[in-house]
Design a protein around this ligand. Structure first.
Ligand code: SAH
Length: 242
């Protein structure tokens, strides 16, 4: 077995039913990892658990891989949602990678009043999430949404999920306290852009019943630090780190 090579595959995974790797995956397996027919890898697709599989055929641009045995059953992983105002490119990639490692179930880029960056590239962010999911041994992928307006986010936010707004202005309650008794898998977080939330946005949040403004302490964190810190606290206090 090629130690710990895990690949996310779109197709269904079932014993004896070959799946096709993508061209990039074939290149990685054959050219980078120097694997050939008979070598084993682990496959997951977010639905059928994890499978030990064997390369049947491989060339420069394609590979057929045969699932043999299911090594891990699919388990539901209700994780927190993270809505975030995109920040300069590497920051957004960092947020997606760390949120995936921390078990986020949904990642929603949001255009707020002070958001400087343009539309996010959903394909690229999804590829970042796939790579992070393969590395951290998640069995599921976070769902990465196209960027949406703050209006759309608030108007479509589900009633059964609290939305914790990370508020750097000091108007929020301590996060661990806000999470006490909550379930991280039923929580969502929203971080603002480099310029923070606008006053009208903060006023609007104060009026929404499903919203709680929370503080992450006295220092002003970069959005990517705030997102990572909030998810870590959520998983430690009310999530799957227990
Ligand atoms: N407006 C700030 C910068 C915003 S930091 C400034 O004046 O420099 C970017 C985002 O990170 C914020 O919108 C908020 O969502 C989050 N954040 C940063 N520090 C925080 C803190 N101490 N508590 C809660 N959220 C914080």
């Amino acid at each position: 077995m090629a130690a710990g090579i895990r690949l996310y595959i779109d197709g269904d995974l079932a014993e004896g039913v070959p799946v096709a790797a993508s061209a990039d995956q074939a290149h990685y397996l054959g050219r980078v990892m120097r694997l050939g027919p008979g070598d084993a890898v682990n496959l997951f697709n977010g639905r059928d658990g994890e499978w030990r599989a064997v390369i049947e055929r491989i060339d420069k641009r394609s590979a057929d891989i045969l699932p043999e045995t299911q090594t891990r059953p699919q388990v539901e992983a209700p994780g927190p949602w993270l809505a975030f105002a995109p920040v300069k490119k590497t920051g957004t990639d960092f947020i997606v990678q760390k949120a995936t490692e921390l078990g986020a179930a949904r990642l929603i880029p949001v255009a707020t009043a002070n958001t400087q960056t343009g539309r996010t590239n959903t394909d690229r962010l999804t590829a970042t999430a796939v790579e992070a999911a393969e590395q951290c041994e998640r069995l599921s992928l976070p769902e990465v949404s196209d960027m949406q307006t703050l209006d759309a986010l608030l108007n479509t936010w589900p009633d059964d999920r609290r939305l914790f707004i990370l508020d750097e202005t000091g108007g929020g309650v301590p996060l661990a306290q806000a999470l006490a008794g909550a379930n991280a898998g039923a929580a969502g977080f929203l971080t603002g852009p480099e310029g923070g939330f606008s006053a009208p946005e903060l006023d609007r949040f104060a009026k929404l019943s499903f919203v709680a403004r929370v503080t992450l302490g006295p220092r002003i964190l970069r959005a990517e630090t705030a997102a990572l810190a909030a998810l870590a606290v959520a998983q430690a206090v009310a999530g799957d780190w227990n």
